[in-house]
Design a protein around this ligand. Structure first.
Ligand code: AKG
Ligand code: FE2
Length: 222
């Protein structure tokens, strides 16, 4: 897509639907307090690409790790794996997770994000939600090892789930019902001014897998 940043001069709330090849691109223009700075690309992955990735995911070493919240140990309500270039490790609630080498299909997806949307990434967090009981609480992806003003690209497979974003000051909420094959690009400013969450949806019985591609500073923790 050309001119991804083009809409970002607007200062009035505005949502635009544009057709980009076979993808529907929904751009939320920046009005700091009303519209989160994201680009939603529905149907970013074809059915075939989704299937290739789903097959590969069955071989990922997805784990339920223990984290500390307010001094108490909890198992995360989902499973996860972290892949990346050498030294692009992940710190999460006192855990240090070494990056595993890029699997083949995931590496191709990283290339596609770079060539289609100029998204630079050197690591990816994979989260698998077994069903609607699995979830992720409110947070921003604002870890210090993340390159300042880099975009974070989120790709979804499987069950449709609500991805909710909330402005840190105004508490304005926007809901994105992300479907299998969708891409949501979180632009600079998103992590500074907004939080996001994947709430429980008890009627959902199918698994969902999400990939967040990040650009981190290599060897930040060494
Ligand atoms: O599963 C999702 O859509 C959200 C994942 C997320 O926020 C994260 O990995 O930081
Ligand atoms: Fe996140």
């Amino acid at each position: 897509m050309s001119g991804l940043q083009k809409g970002f001069d607007f200062d009035v709330p505005q949502t635009e639907l544009a057709l980009d090849a076979d993808n529907v691109v929904v751009e939320y223009k920046i009005n700091q307090q009303v519209n989160p700075p994201v680009t939603w690309v529905k149907g970013f992955l074809s059915a075939k690409q989704q299937q290739l990735l789903l097959n590969e995911v069955t071989h990922y070493p997805l784990e339920k790790v223990t984290i500390e919240v307010y001094g108490k140990q909890h198992l995360i309500p989902r499973t996860q794996a972290w892949f990346g270039d050498v030294g692009c490790d992940y710190h999460y609630s006192k855990l240090h997770i070494n990056a595993l080498p890029w699997p083949r299909v995931l590496s191709r997806l990283r290339q596609k994000l770079l060539s289609d949307y100029q998204i630079q990434s050197n690591s990816v967090l994979v989260n698998r939600y077994a069903d609607g009981h699995d979830c992720m609480g409110w947070h921003s992806d604002d870890e210090p090892e993340i390159v300042t003003r880099s975009a974070i690209a989120s790709v979804t497979l499987g069950a449709c789930r609500d991805f909710v974003v909330r402005h840190k000051e105004t508490q304005t909420k926007v809901n994105f019902a992300l479907e299998s094959g969708d891409l949501l690009i979180m632009h600079p400013g998103m992590q500074q001014h907004w939080q996001h969450a994947l709430p429980k949806r008890l009627k959902v019985t199918e698994p969902r897998i999400n990939f967040t591609f990040r650009h981190v500073i290599p060897h930040y923790y060494r």
